[in-house]
Design a protein around this ligand. Structure first.
Ligand code: IVH
Length: 704
């Protein structure tokens, strides 16, 4: 059943690995022992398999049976096994097979992945249309309309038609290279189709990795059967799947990729987005269903209404429709804000609502000691997601809504936000008394204090619930991103006394972990490795991990960029902090108070004593001028990254390939194709000395 496997990957990783030959990209292509006929046959088989894969997964109109597909697949596998030199990285046999990775490399996006401005309000759509009309100065705008797919967004990069990179959205500027995982998605072309359209030198696309609702439900059912925690939504599940270190696990989840945006296409020229979408389709991708152009507000509203109707019948999640100006030069003229393009708007649907019963109101203690009442609900499916709990925020909100155990309530799920209780629909027959917040912390018994609408446990360093919260936060994605350090693990670590303060995470040994339920040798070692691998975190991540009040992702990044060094930052005065743009008195006070606290200092020192060394992040200063993109090629007298960093420090950008948009190319010795390309496109070429002059002109230097 190789064909079914290769097509659906609905198998365990062990089964998969045994089926798929090891990746052999380190071997040189071409094999002295393969005769010309064999080489030809392998090529033909690859092309045929690519084609049938495309017909099956993208067009959903297979021309051959699974059995026939199997036969072709096996024949190619046999040829490749006999002549390993024949294996190419884009061979259909090579979708899965890479060894598990330790971590993902963080790489810059070809261009930043902006998000979309969004609204649920028709008035905003009207105003958006008016702004566009005004910007176009009398020309009637043409829009491209698409469903807003609710999956995990992804940048795909193809060089000479071959998939070389797939990067998650990350922080918008850089994401994680999850290439091996994305390769396993059957609707992702490993090689672009060339039948209908030429393939550009470099192609960067944006798309959405999706999990169908039906697949999501059966996947979750299987998880629950094994006693594992289900995923909250198809989107979380898709995002989780592409971030597996072992690609065979990704392969075993059923994922799809829908592409909607050409980010860069060297050599191909489009004047409109609709041409771009057509090209995307020609190159062999799925594009959003019912992509359509519109010429008026009425058409936009109709489209939105039609999709709102259709939404419940779709097997995938959408949360609105996207309205994009079609003409690319008009887009360029309108430009973007720092967050989103001015030429697009996501017109979102009303959040989904359902009615269910609260059977209990529980209280949770978070990492900062805040007590949050939580409604435990009779499970109900809201827009494809099973909801069994909802945050009730605080006692004021509870009182305002007069929610009690036993009540039937309307809940809503808005996007990926935690479900909310909207209102009481029907009071319970045996209504409990009004809910009261406890006077003692349910986790540690300390008397709580009231802080505005919030109820807080003041036992910051002794409360196990707060420690659990800190551990989860420490390992969170935006913080140290420690795989496997989730809520359940944190609970176990604290309850069993293995971790009494954050620093002790670094003392964990696999042997001790193995004593915990659910921890086998492999997972114990993996967790210990994952923690220790984070001993040199980026400074910004480290700051986030510490959980300093008021310091979120972007503040942490600004601070890290400005101070560059943890010791300097922790000793900074309020004035020094406020010199950083975006840091006001409230933040500076929160930060200095945090670092002045003796117990915080002790906890941080303990972490540093374990050998944790935050690394200077590159400064990101919004006030720097855009100096343009430089491309470095050939051998330079200094390491390339040093040169690149020097350029970036003063506001320049760098890229790996040359395009019309490149400001200049720095060519070292033996520069090759990039130099040729620069010359062809008329891009300025500098030698190393010329680069130093340019650098100095803008106040930069190599060793800054
Ligand atoms: S266009 C500059 N089209 O929505 C933005 N985005 O909030 C260009 N998304 O994560 C994006 N479906 O990945 C566009 N048909 C569609 C989309 C779409 C889903 C996602 C996108 C991003 C989010 C934006």
């Amino acid at each position: 059943m190789v064909g079914r496997l290769a097509r659906n990957f609905g198998q365990t990783s062990a089964q998969l690995r045994s089926f798929v030959t090891a990746r052999t990209s380190d071997r040189s292509p071409g094999d002295a022992h393969a005769s010309r006929e064999v080489v030809k046959e392998a090529e033909k088989l690859r092309a045929e398999l690519h084609r049938h894969n495309y017909l099956y997964h993208v067009e959903a109109r297979p021309e051959i049976s699974d059995a026939k597909y199997d036969e072709l697949f096996r024949r190619l596998q046999k040829l490749e096994a006999d002549h390993p030199g024949l294996v190419t990285p884009d061979s259909p046999t090579q979708r899965v097979g890479a060894e598990p990775q330790r971590e993902f490399e963080t790489v810059d996006h070809v261009t930043p992945m902006l998000s979309l401005d969004s609204s649920q309000d028709e008035g905003d759509v009207r105003r958006f249309n008016e702004r566009v009309e005004k910007a176009l100065g009398g020309v009637k705008p043409k829009y491209i309309l698409q469903p807003k797919l609710d999956g995990a967004s992804m940048e795909l990069v193809y060089e000479r038609g071959v998939l070389v990179r797939a990067v998650t959205r990350g922080n918008g500027r850089a994401g994680e290279a999850v290439t091996e995982n994305v390769r396993t998605i059957p609707s992702v072309p490993l090689r672009l189709r060339t039948e209908k359209r030429e393939v550009p030198e470099l192609l960067a696309l944006r798309g959405e990795v999706m999990m169908y609702i039906s697949d999501f439900q059966s996947f979750n059912a299987a998880l629950m059967e094994r006693g594992e925690e289900p995923y909250a939504s198809p989107r979380n599940s898709a995002a989780g799947a592409v971030r597996q270190l072992d690609a065979t696990i990704t392969a075993s989840r059923k994922l799809d990729l829908v592409a909607y945006d050409v980010i860069a296409a060297d050599g191909a020229r489009f004047t409109s987005d609709s041409e771009g979408v057509k090209a995307i389709r020609d190159w062999g991708f799925k594009v959003p269903e019912r992509t359509q152009v519109a010429h008026s507000l009425e058409e936009i509203l109709e489209y939105h209404a039609a999709f709102a109707e259709l939404r419940d019948d779709l097997d995938y999640e959408i949360d609105g429709v996207v309205i994009k100006l079609d003409d690319l030069s008009a887009r360029a003229a309108m430009g973007t804000t720092s967050h989103h393009p001015r030429w697009a708007l996501a017109y979102k649907f009303e959040p989904r609502q359902e009615v269910t019963r609260i059977y209990k109101i529980d209280v949770q203690v978070g990492r900062t000691g805040v007590l949050t009442p939580v409604a435990l609900l009779l499970p109900v499916v809201v827009g494809g997601v099973t909801v069994s709990r909802a945050s009730l925020h605080n006692r004021e909100e509870l009182k305002r809504k007069d929610l009690r155990e036993g009540d039937r309530v309307r809940i809503q799920r808005a996007g990926d936000v935690i479900p909310q209780v909207v209102e009481v629909v029907e009071k319970g027959a045996h209504r409990a008394r009004p809910f009261e917040m406890p006077t003692k912390c349910p986790a540690c018994g300390t008397r709580v204090i009231e802080d505005g609408p919030r109820t807080v446990c003041p036992n910051r360093f002794g409360c196990p619930a707060q420690l659990k919260g800190r551990i989860v936060h420490f390992g969170a994605r935006e913080a140290l991103d420690i795989e496997g350090l989730g809520e359940e693990t944190a609970n176990l670590l604290v309850e069993r006394g293995l971790v009494r303060e954050l620093a002790e995470l670094f003392d964990l040994e696999p042997e001790r972990l193995m004593e915990l339920e659910g921890f086998a040798e492999k997972s114990s070692t993996a967790l210990v490795h994952a923690i220790r691998a984070r001993k040199k975190p980026e400074l910004a991540r480290f700051l986030i991990a510490l959980g300093i009040p008021e310091v979120g992702v972007s503040v942490a990044r600004d601070l890290a960029g400005q101070f560059g060094d943890f010791a300097r930052l922790r000793g900074a005065s309020r004035e020094e902090l406020e010199a950083v743009s975006g840091i006001g008195p409230r933040m500076s006070e929160a930060i200095t108070t945090f670092f002045a606290d003796a117990r915080n200092r002790k906890a941080i020192d303990a972490v540093l004593e374990r050998g944790v060394r935050p690394q200077a992040s590159e400064p990101v200063r919004a006030d720097l001028p855009d100096l343009g993109t430089a491309v470095f090629t050939g051998t330079l007298p200094i390491p390339r990254v040093v040169a690149e960093n020097a350029w970036r420090r003063i506001g320049g950008k760098t890229a790996g390939s040359v395009s019309k948009k490149t400001a200049f190319v720095v060519a070292g010795d033996d520069a090759g194709s990039k130099l040729d390309k620069a010359e062809k496109l008329g891009v300025e070429v500098l030698d190393y000395a010329g680069f130093l002059v340019r650098l100095r002109k803008h106040g930069g230097s190599i060793d800054a």
